[in-house]
Each structure stands twice: as C-alpha cells, then as structure tokens.
Design a protein around this ligand. Structure first.
Ligand SMILES: NC(=O)c1ccc[n+]([C@@H]2O[C@H](COP(=O)([O-])OP(=O)(O)OC[C@H]3O[C@@H](n4cnc5c(N)ncnc54)[C@H](O)[C@@H]3O)[C@@H](O)[C@H]2O)c1
Ligand SMILES: C[N+](C)(C)CC=O
Length: 498
C-alpha cells in the first residue's frame, strides 16, 4: 500500500509533498510510530515562499490594524489553552518528553501569544523633533515582510511560537520549517490558525529535512528575514546562505552555560538547581547548566551530593508517572553524546556517574542515557568547550571571584549562566561581568515572554521575546515632511545670472 500524508500547509490548503515522499516519526521513548508526515523538498518550499510573498504583497494581513492583529493572537492563546492536552500529547510523542513538561511548554506557548497579542496594540511609532517647526518627522514600524522560520526538536512548538507570535504581531507572513524529527505540533498549530480564520498564505508550513526544505528559506530572494534556532554549525551555514540576498538574519544557537556556585550559597538549593540545570529534559536544553563552576572549598561535598542525587534520577517515557526525565531524541544523538563523554574520559576527565545507557527491559526501544558527571576537567578540554546537548555536566573549581568570572566567560558561546551566593553585592558584581545573554541569580532556567532571550558571542545574533523580540520583525521607517517647502539655493540657477 502506498502511504500518503498531506501535512504541508501552503496558501491555506493542506498538500502532500510534490515528490509524494513521507517520513515516519517515532517516539524516542519506545520507538512506536507517532506520526506520518509529508517530506517536503525544495520545490515545496518554493511554493510556500511564493504563497507567503503574495499574501504579504496583497496586504491581507499587514494592513490589518495592529490592535486587531493583537486580538487575533489573544484568541490563538485562548484556543491553545482549550487544545492543551492534544498539543501536549503530540509534543510528547515526537520528543519523548514527559507529559508534565509538554503541558508546561504549551502553557508557555500560550503565554507567548498573550504577550505579543498585548504588545501588538501598543506599537504606535514615535514623533521625532527635527529642530525645525516647519517639519513633521516621525518613525513608523512596518513589518519586515516574508519570514523564514526554522526551528529545532527540543522545544518544538515553544521555539516556533517565539517566532510566529511576533511575526504575526508585526504584520509579517511566514514559512515555518520545524525540525524533521518533531513536526506534529507545528501541524496542529497551523490547523488552529486556519480554524481561527487567518487569511490564506499568511502562515505556511513545510515539514521536511533542513538541507532540502529549510535551505531555500535562507537563500530565496523573496524571503526578507530568516530566523533560525538550532546548532552553531547550521547557524553558520544559514548566515552564509542569507548573505547572498542580504536578508535579515536572527540566530538563536547553542550554549556552554556556566553555573557558578560560591561557598556561601544556600547549599541545598544550589545542589537541587544544579541538578535541574543539567538534567531537565535530559540536558537537551540550549541553556542547560552543563559547566558547574564551584568554589574549591565546597567542591568535594557539593559534587558528592550532586552525584548521589543524579544516581537517583528516574528515567522513563512520557506517560510513566514515576519518570523524572526522558530519553534523548534519537539513537544517533545518543551515540554522539556517548562519544563526547568517552572523548572527555580519554582527555583525562574522571567519570563520577553515568556514562552509559541504562539497562533494563523498560528502556528497550528508547534512546535513554544516564545522567553523567565528569570532574577533574580542565579549561580547553573538549567536554568543557563543546556543547553536548545531553545529560552531561562537567565540574571546574575556582578560588577567587576573578577566577570564577574568567572560567565562566571562557567559551565561544554566551547564552546563559547562573550565580549562586547569599552575598547580594557579589551576585550583582559577578552577574555584571558575565558575558552571557541571561544570568540567573540563585535560580536556574526561568524565562519570561516579556524578557529578551538570546546570546552573546557565538550563541547568536538578535533577541527573541520582549520588545526587542517584536522589533526583529519590524522595519523602522523615518517619514519627514516639510510643511513649508523652500528653495534651498544650494545650486544656483545660472540661467538667471545675466
Ligand atoms: N538559543 C536558543 O534559544 C536555542 C533553543 C533551542 C535549541 N537551541 C540549539 O539547537 C540545537 C539543537 O537543535 P537541532 O539539533 O535541531 O539543531 P540543527 O541545527 O541540527 O537543526 C535545527 C533546524 O535547522 C534545520 N536545518 C538543518 N540544516 C539546515 C540548512 N542547511 N538550512 C536550513 N535549515 C537547516 C533542521 O532541519 C532543523 O529544523 C542545539 O545546539 C541547541 O543549543 C538553541
Ligand atoms: C529557550 N528554551 C530554554 C526554552 C529552550 C532551549 O533549548
């Protein structure tokens, strides 16, 4: 029997891939079939871009008054809450993450639409004083145009929402290319936008692999902006491809995030949050606290306790009520994480716990990996430099505040980091010196739709969320009107000289 799927959403209609190809999505927790989707290629992406271009140029969405666009986004948020369970289930089946985490993700998605819905109506532009009473000068914010949105597999709908909501609030049209591993909630989201009556061509979806379905979004001259969340090497390729048409580029890339613990920190809270920071979603989090940087005087006690707690973490699938974290996304990814740990050990790191897949029938068919702690590491070793994107934390120590800062900043990345201390002055001093886009003091992981998110250094370009997150999808235009035009006399009218 030939299989079919029509999961490409182009110009308001559901279509199969032009090639007829499909992909089977399997639950990483047990290998069971989760979904069958269309496998788009370049031709499909080209049609989606053409639809988004035509919709933008027709003004069908960009000419809708901003407060009305905002009201639409608020309806999206409300409807997402209605459909929360269905969305969360689809997210868990694609990613293997626990249902409780997927439900939180869906709440965060709804909160993002709420935030940009409210912000859309508050964008009124700005009057500029030109220093001349005869001049009326103002700044207006217009939509950038057609946006290519490319997203990863770890927080599939949340990362898409951080792009879709501001793009729609600004009046843009878009083509979304979710990770080929986790397309299901993007499909559900397009159905929701269609149900709520978004005009055809404003939102378009291509499900398929990056090199074929994704690449045209950075190369095509009809795309005005490409916003990408994913790995550093892919980000470099996208930036290079986008340069050919000088389109706007926003990049949200990886991190190698330091979690700095001073001796005067609340010990139990710091240990518990170091565990969360490193092992939530099995470390498949861009901002994971993968580098524990701990003051020498408490390091032994701190790491012993962290090892004890890590060994207690219960692994399991989305519907296992006992589970505290889930599998890695794929066999290939687990192999990559394991090779990374092995390389660290070869370079001299000491394996304190983990370093292998768990054994037992319960884990058969899934891609689980034990929470892993490596100490005796040095700055410059590959496990300290490269992103693992798995449940692996390394331990470095320091004796002075300066050394803590230097160690925490010793990375090409700069996404996030944390400082643990009960000395308020030290907390602010260190937070101020860390070269990372988000710094938590005595906490780990929270993010807010109203607070900018993004990276210093090679963690990216631009910001998502907050008012800057909307500005990424806007062009500022200066309109200057002289209400009393005068002859400038700059160039003489030589015909009048005789
Ligand atoms: N900074 C952040 O907020 C943030 C958030 C989530 C994930 N991440 C990062 O994402 C990475 C993990 O995600 P991943 O493995 O899906 O990343 P990835 O770079 O492999 O893929 C991301 C997306 O890019 C697409 N893609 C691949 N090659 C492409 C190409 N040539 N042209 C266009 N699109 C292409 C993929 O199909 C996928 O949709 C980690 O490095 C993580 O730190 C960052
Ligand atoms: C940005 N965040 C934390 C939601 C997901 C990072 O992988």
């Amino acid at each position: 029997m030939t299989e079919t799927a029509s999961t490409l959403f182009i110009n308001g209609a559901w279509e199969p891939a032009a090639s007829g190809a499909v992909r089977h999505i399997r639950n990483p927790a047990d290998g069971e079939l989760a979904a069958t989707v269309s496998e788009a290629g370049r031709e499909d992406a080209g049609r989606a871009i053409a639809a988004a271009r035509a919709a933008f140029d027709s003004g069908t969405w960009s000419s809708v008054p901003a407060p009305e666009r905002g009201t639409f986004l608020l309806k999206v948020a409300a409807e997402l809450r209605e459909r929360r369970e269905k969305f969360a289930r689809a997210e868990s089946l694609d990613t293997g993450k626990r249902m409780v985490e997927s439900r939180i993700d869906m709440d965060d998605v709804a909160a993002c639409f709420d935030y940009f819905g409210r912000l859309a109506g508050q964008q009124s532009g700005r009057v500029v004083d030109a220093g001349d009473p005869a001049v009326v000068s103002k700044i207006v914010y217009e939509p950038v145009g057609v946006c290519g949105l490319i997203t990863p597999w770890n927080y599939p709908l949340l990362q898409a929402a951080w792009k879709i909501a501001p793009a729609l609030a600004a009046g843009c049209t878009f083509v979304l290319k979710p990770s080929e591993l986790t397309p299901s909630t993007a499909i559900l989201a397009m159905q929701l936008l269609q149900d709520l009556g978004l005009p055809a061509g404003v939102a378009n979806l291509v499900t398929g692999p990056g090199a074929e379905a994704g690449a045209p979004l950075s190369e095509h001259p009809a795309v005005d902006l490409v916003s990408f969340t994913g790995g550093l090497e892919t980000g470099k390729r996208i930036a290079a491809a986008a340069a050919g048409t000088v389109k706007k580029v926003a990049l949200e890339l990886g991190g190698k995030n330091p979690n700095v613990v001073f001796a005067d920190a609340d010990f139990d809270a710091a240990v518990d949050n170091a565990l969360n920071g490193a092992f939530v979603h099995s470390g498949q989090v861009c901002s994971a606290g993968a580098r524990l940087v701990v003051e020498e005087s408490i390091a032994e006690r701190f790491v012993d306790e962290l090892v004890r707690r890590a060994q207690d973490i219960r692994l399991g699938g989305p519907f296992d009520d006992d589970a505290e974290t889930g599998p890695l996304i794929s066999a290939a990814h687990r192999d990559k994480v394991h090779a990374y740990v092995q390389r660290g050990i070869q370079e001299g790191a000491r394996l304190r716990t983990g370093g292998a897949a768990p054994s037992g029938e319960k884990y058969d068919g899934g891609f689980y990996y034990q929470p892993t702690i490596l100490d005796h590491v040095q700055r410059g070793m590959s496990v300290v430099v490269d992103e693992a994107f798995g449940p692996v934390v390394t331990v470095e120590t320091f004796t002075t505040e300066d050394e803590a800062v230097a160690t925490a900043n010793d990375t090409v990345y700069g996404l996030a980091g944390a400082v643990w201390t009960q000395d308020a002055g030290k907390a602010q001093r260190v937070a101020g010196r860390l070269r990372h886009g988000t710094i938590w003091i005595n906490d780990y992981h929270p993010y807010l739709p109203q607070a900018e998110w993004g990276g210093f250094g090679q963690s990216g370009v631009g910001r998502e969320l907050g008012t800057t997150g909307l500005a990424e999808y806007q062009e500022a235009k200066h309109i200057y009107q002289n209400t009393s035009p005068q002859v400038t006399g700059w160039f003489a009218d030589h015909s009048k000289e005789n």
